[in-house]
Design a protein around this ligand. Structure first.
Ligand SMILES: C[S@@+](CC[C@H](N)C(=O)[O-])C[C@H]1O[C@@H](n2cnc3c(N)ncnc32)[C@H](O)[C@@H]1O
Length: 303
């Protein structure tokens, strides 16, 4: 099967997903685009159920961004627009980016229905900084999206892209399912956060340390799948630190004090500090900065 292009390809307009013959090993950089086809995208809001999700998340992300005085937000996993819409409505200046043309088109429509014109950018995270202009106070990568990167090199590359797209004191907020619990003790879910739709089931069809393939079954029997990488919490924390982020805080189901086993989702908040590791930094005229050579890598701090 040929790759989908970055612009909306006929494959993405299709109601059927396009996997390679060996579906479990289809983990290439473009697989998410062949998975988020129009047919699935049209069902996505049934899966996440905006009103129920809004109720379960409450003001969590808005409060986080407001208390740290952030104003410009890059939503890198816009999907159908849930966070782009809620953050725009709350007064943030949001740029809505996604690599799936079908998702972005749906987000734009959803924004219009709420009286908003979303500022959309169609780009893959791996080439993020070629597609955007300027730096952001915050980047949000929400809804278990980072899990769509199947190889470590891409995860590191994408974190470096996110880092570079932030202002010197920017923050990255990234979340994921509690894969640790799933891998170590089997799958259960309270179905309370994120995927709140009552008429949809979301369950792993295959699970090992390198693949979580989820099946989403809708009321009328339609089903779609997603091949994802099961991110362990401490592994992602480590990657964030190694990418240069610090001041890392992790929340379980939106709580600072949480039970590792009971939490369905983790949210990490990572800071791009102007003074990493206490070393002085050099600010450049173009808004970028650099550390002196020989600075040590970050050390994990806190939980
Ligand atoms: C699971 S959906 C979540 C959407 C939304 N944040 C939500 O919570 O409903 C993941 C989104 O991330 C996007 N995505 C995944 N990998 C990407 C990449 N490498 N570059 C750009 N977008 C990507 C997908 O197209 C999809 O819209």
């Amino acid at each position: 099967m040929s790759n989908s292009g970055v612009s909306g390809s006929p494959q993405q307009q299709s109601s059927e997903q396009h996997y390679h013959v060996d579906q479990l090993n289809d983990r290439g950089p473009d697989v998410y685009r062949r998975e988020f086809v129009k047919g699935f995208v049209d069902k996505w809001d049934e899966l996440i159920d905006w009103p129920a999700r809004a109720q379960s998340e409450g003001q969590f992300f808005i409060d986080l961004l407001r208390t740290s005085n952030k104003k410009t937000v890059l939503d890198v996993a816009t999907g159908t627009g849930f966070h782009s819409v809620s953050l725009s409505t709350a007064g943030f200046h949001v740029t809505s980016l996604d690599g799936s043309a079908a998702m972005l088109a749906k987000a734009f429509d959803n924004g219009t229905k709420q009286g908003l014109i979303l500022n959309t950018v169609h780009a893959d995270w791996r080439r993020l900084n070629q597609a955007i202009r300027g730096k952001f106070d915050a980047i949000v990568c929400l809804g278990n999206s980072f899990t769509h990167l199947h190889c470590e090199q891409d995860r590191r590359k994408v974190l470096a892209e996110f880092y570079a797209a932030l202002r010197h004191d920017g923050i990255l907020i990234v979340d994921h399912r509690n894969y640790d619990e799933m891998l170590d003790h089997g799958f259960t879910t309270k179905h309370k956060y994120y995927y709140c739709g009552k008429r949809v089931t979301a369950e792993p069809e295959y699970l090992d340390e390198s693949l979580a393939r989820f099946k989403y079954t809708f009321a009328e029997g339609l089903h779609y799948t997603l091949n994802m990488f099961p991110l362990r919490k401490d592994y992602l924390r480590q990657l964030l630190c190694e990418a240069g982020f610090e001041g890392l805080r992790t929340y379980g189901d939106f709580q600072e004090a949480y039970d590792e086993h009971e939490s369905d989702f983790f949210v990490h908040v990572a800071e791009k500090s102007p003074v990493p590791n206490g070393h002085a930094v050099t600010d450049h005229l173009d808004g970028t900065w650099s550390r002196p050579s020989g600075s040590e890598s970050q050390v994990l701090n806190g939980r």
